[in-house]
Design a protein around this ligand. Sequence first.
Ligand code: KIV
Ligand code: ZN
Length: 515
Amino acid sequence: MSTDSNRVIIFDTTLRDGEQSPGASMNLDEKLRIAEMLEELGVDVIEAGFPIASNGDFEAVSGVAKLVKEPIVCALARSGRPDIERAAEALKPARRPRIHTFIATSPLHMKYKLQMEPEEVYQQVVDSVTLARNFTDDVDWSPEDGSRTDHDFLCRVVEAAINAGATCINLPDTVGYAVPEEFAALITMLRDRVPNSDKAIFSAHCHNDLGLAVANSLAAVTAGARQVECTINGLGERAGNAALEEIVMALKTRQDILPYETGINTAVITRISKLVSTITGFSVQPNKAIVGANAFAHEAGIHQDGVLKHAGTYEIMTPESVGLRQSNLVMGKHSGRHAFREKIKDLGYQIGENAVQDAFRRFKDLADKKKDIFDEDIIALIDDEVIRENDRIRFVSLQVICGSVGPQTAELELLVDDDQRKTKASGDGPVDATFNAIKELFPHEATLQLYQVHAVTEGTDAQAEVTVRLEEDGKTVNGQGADTDTLVASARAYVNALNKLLVKREKSAPAALSA
Ligand code: KIV
Ligand code: ZN
């Protein structure tokens, strides 16, 4: 594709840069489910991991490479031989493999982080891209901290990378420092000054520290970049990466001044946003653009009146265009297994028969407690069931005594590696008693960092969705749980977080490897 084409390549890095967000770690199954939906969404490239960082990352890259058919599968590597060889190894099953290799080029990073002279860095650029090209024709090269790199040096290294065979030059605003005009000017400068710039696609990789990641990415596109690296829900380290859904919908909605195309099926956006937030435990803020719960809600009477008369008065895009449906009153206690299975399919899930059976049992329990069951209830229930499929610790039952006269006590039953365990614990309030009971049944040192509850739908019988964040030895994990009983949802969320911690303990991801 030439840079003159108006097609923008969507490079999704939810599974790599998104996962670097503290607490957002995902297991292999979860990554595969996201990758499957990324393919349905129509992304062009899936950056599936950083294979040298851990066995988990290696397995993820190789698993995604085996799974997806259409998208290019990309693996990240620093500039050294072991990184690149490991990335190539993980990519072996890929139909369309890409190696993304990088090295820092800003004066600050070269001097303090790499402790290398610019000429040594220059040589590494040539060597790393040349090596990567031995494994694949598709090599993406990034000057880390590119937006704070000296322009003359940046032009030299970009030219060298293209000469060595890089087919894509990705410009990272690693610390989210750039502003749109400046970032666009940087792309223009590179396209104008680098003699072989027409031999590569230029790409933007923007972080959101100043809330400008999407604006910077769009500015880069107007300056000739034809790839954007982004994540679902803007997930990513610190303030996150550019949000895929925002970039794509801006391009779609403002064709008048942004006449660019993507291959994205925007109707999948809401579903994948929900999947990523459920799996990572990072809930989406209600007023988040495109995928927040309020993004299409019109509260003020004057707005509602306008929208009823003509949707265009206050709506610049339709809820349907991002796959948001009307809250459907869907099922009741008399709905059968067949209707339930159809509903699951209709909501876009492909889950195994065991998960369907478990989810159906929980649906029946829910229907006994809650009169009206909406799509959102089914989604919460299925997500809750599916994220637990491989858990070592499983919730069985909880009985809590609480109220204004203490002590509050929790009687809890868990299944730990198929061993049924039961205890009764007290605490300062019912949540504390529940969490103390979990600690008795599965002793651990992790500390609670966050406890958050929100309602899935409206009404006092709504399901509660609870997020719990635990920290152990500097590692954080988020767990989620849903139930009409807030305490049961809390127990499920805590147990889910513990399961993730167990997976994380097995992974070794040295901090120095983070990119
Ligand atoms: O932010 C960054 O600089 C990165 C690079 C590895 C592209 O994530
Ligand atoms: Zn990044």
